[in-house]
Design a binder for this molecule. Structure first.
Ligand SMILES: CC(=O)N[C@H]1[C@@H](OP(=O)(O)OP(=O)(O)OC/C=C(/C)CC/C=C(/C)CC/C=C(\C)CC/C=C(\C)CC/C=C(/C)CC/C=C(/C)CC/C=C(/C)CC/C=C(/C)CC/C=C(\C)CC/C=C(\C)CCC=C(C)C)O[C@H](CO)[C@@H](O)[C@@H]1O
Ligand SMILES: O=c1ccn([C@@H]2O[C@H](COP(=O)(O)O)[C@@H](O)[C@H]2O)c(=O)[nH]1
Ligand SMILES: [Mg+2]
Length: 365
């Protein structure tokens, strides 16, 4: 087992223990999420979940696992990203500054480690799409920006960002263990899963945790960053563990939510960086679902998507079919957003009015 299991177990233990000192730390450092017009939770919630995941992984890795093969650079970039995210959680940094930092850290990761996306596989059915030494690093930096922001955007109701991360990481683990080698990637994915569990339980207030914590932007940035690193390492080396297109299915829900919201913002002529309450989870809440119902439905959809990705990989379905199916599904999702959901929201609000009308009539009398 070498460092496989021990790094993961230590990461989980440290992540769990770190939640205790991080709680009082959140109060005097300002790492608290206060409710406002866009945020509907009650009370000030500590933004320490992501910090606990990072601390667990970072300390366990430094103690037990090797820093070669680019992992030293990955840890350094993650540390800088988490510090930036935590400062933003406590003090609010300008969006352009954060985006600039994501580009800079993506570039440091790519050029410091020499690891980048150099091919997309046979996505269109005409042969492998090579990216080369110029386009490869640029596309990888775009993937870093996309992944860090999509996990931030999906972090809007209890349990959601944690569950989306777990679905992607567990799917990735299944693909990695069924391939030859990839010991470091398996160690990292397993350590992230185990370090995520204490935060996830606390976020959902599962006993013994009674007061909840949020992941914070520090955490969502770190998860997105780690996933791009793992997905790139696993799909690009000689004898890759799986094909690049399968990566899309592992992160299908957050990716589709982000691309859909960017398209809708562009269509309305709005800034892409302006936060709103139009994400997938907000739509579920507006349609009358409770937080928990929305969580369960979205998680089930994400699991089904990840399983389609795994089945496509293991049954060797051609990459262009998997890619075409993904794009078709996305088109169906956009269509449903425009038609089905609007109808559901209208139907629900009519029903609410009908239910409230007799009560108002009685009050008037
Ligand atoms: C602003 C906002 O929304 N806020 C939310 C949020 O609020 P919060 O308060 O937390 O946050 P703030 O508002 O304060 O902060 C926001 C922070 C900022 C800094 C603002 C940033 C804003 C943005 C809008 C970010 C902009 C993002 C981009 C410019 C990137 C876009 C890039 C792409 C879409 C291209 C992606 C490239 C890829 C390669 C994608 C693949 C991605 C992966 C992760 C997989 C990676 C690994 C691989 C091995 C895969 C590669 C393989 C392939 C086969 C991919 C092939 C790719 C291509 C052919 C390229 C084209 C493909 C695609 C685009 C993918 C296809 C996709 C579909 C068809 C769907 O949260 C609040 C709470 O919720 C909320 O209220 C608030 O609004
Ligand atoms: O686990 C969670 C995470 C987030 N929320 C709610 O969403 C907002 C999102 O905050 P951002 O600052 O936009 O990232 C947060 O304030 C909570 O209201 C949640 O309920 N549970
Ligand atoms: Mg956020």
């Amino acid at each position: 087992m070498e460092y496989f299991g021990s790094t993961g177990l230590l990461a989980g233990l440290i992540a769990f223990l770190s939640l205790f000192p991080l709680r009082p730390f959140s109060r005097f450092s300002g790492l608290l999420d206060e409710p406002d017009h866009r945020k509907t939770h009650n009370g000030a919630v500590p933004l320490i979940g992501g910090l606990s995941v990072f601390i667990g992984l970072f300390v366990a890795w430094l103690l037990l696992a090797p820093l070669g093969s680019g992992y030293g650079v990955f840890l350094l970039c993650s540390l800088l990203l988490v510090v930036m995210g935590a400062v933003d959680d406590a003090r609010h940094l300008p969006a352009m500054f954060r985006l600039g930092a994501q580009v800079a850290l993506g570039a440091l990761l790519v050029f410091g480690s020499g690891v980048w996306l150099d091919q997309f596989g046979n996505l269109l059915g005409f042969g492998v799409i090579e990216l080369g030494w110029l386009l490869g690093p640029v596309v990888t930096i775009c993937a870093v920006i996309a992944a860090t922001n999509m996990f931030n955007m999906i972090d809007g109701i209890d349990g959601l960002a944690g569950s989306m991360s777990l679905v992607a990481l567990l799917g990735l683990l299944a693909l990695l263990v069924s391939a030859e080698g990839f010991r470091l990637e398996i160690t990292l994915a397993l350590a992230l899963v185990l370090a995520m569990v204490p935060y996830w339980l606390a976020n959902l207030r599962v006993p013994p945790f009674r007061s909840r914590v949020f992941m914070g932007d520090a955490g969502s940035l770190f998860i997105g960053f780690s996933l791009v690193w793992l997905l790139t390492k696993s799909t690009q080396l000689d004898g890759a563990a799986f094909r690049p297109v399968t990566a899309l299915w592992l992160v299908a829900v957050p990716l589709m939510d982000m691309v859909a919201i960017m398209l809708r913002r562009a269509r309305k002529g709005q800034s892409m960086m302006r936060p709103d309450r139009e994400h997938l989870h907000h739509i579920f809440l507006r349609a009358g679902f409770t937080d928990r119902q929305a969580l369960v439905v979205i998680v089930v959809v994400a699991i089904v998507m990840a399983m389609i990705g795994l089945a496509g990989e293991w049954l060797a379905v051609p990459a262009w079919i998997m890619c075409g199916a993904f794009v078709l599904l996305f088109c169906g999702y956009m269509w449903a957003l425009a038609h089905v959901w609007r109808l559901l929201v209208v139907f629900r609000s009519h029903r609410r009015h009908r239910e409230e009308a007799p009560a108002e009539a009685v009050q008037k009398r």
